[in-house]
Design a protein around this ligand. Sequence first.
Ligand SMILES: N[C@@H](CCC(=O)N[C@@H](CS)C(=O)NCC(=O)O)C(=O)O
Length: 203
Amino acid sequence: MKLYNHAMAPNAWRVRAFLVEKTANIPTVTVEFEKGDTQTPDFLAMNSLGQVPVLELDDGKALAESIAICRYLESQFPEPSLFGTTAHGQAWVEMWNRRMELLLMNTVANVGLHTLPFFATRVNQVPEVAEAQKETLAARWAWLNEDIADGRPFVAGDTLSVADLTGMTALKICDIVELSVPEDLSHVKKWENAVRARPSWSA
Ligand SMILES: N[C@@H](CCC(=O)N[C@@H](CS)C(=O)NCC(=O)O)C(=O)O
């Protein structure tokens, strides 16, 4: 197995953090999309979207999409389980992972897409979209705060799951676009402080 990775990219970080939580190591190649490394014929043959992360398997097959890669890694490094174990537990983690990705991570990513100079030549940047997405993000942190007010330490229950890693990816993007979780959302703040303190945060 070989992981094609990028030092700063949030979805590449998500896979590295997953490996840290598994205390697993795999060979890693750092690519720089800024220099066109992901647009070469060899790279595009692995991922036609020309994006990282990509996991190349020993038989030459390649997987893109960070969550698909994490799912594969779960099968290779089963402990600790990060995708749930029982039928309900696995579906529950899937539900929370989708919520953290669709409701939080994608929303803050849209702020980045519409404001960061890196995307200026790739996206028709509309400042009003970024402002609207900031409001949506604040509302969604508030929703999460209510939902985890039962005191559970992680978004999908008592143990860390891939849904927390996706939430942490949202926090990584928040740091890039200089947005914070509102201070009055005590339950999300408690979760945030806990996940930022994990070794995987520095993956
Ligand atoms: N849905 C994909 C997103 C991959 C993605 O957006 N990769 C970004 C870095 S986080 C990238 O490679 N950007 C460089 C480019 O698009 O040229 C995943 O989860 O892996």
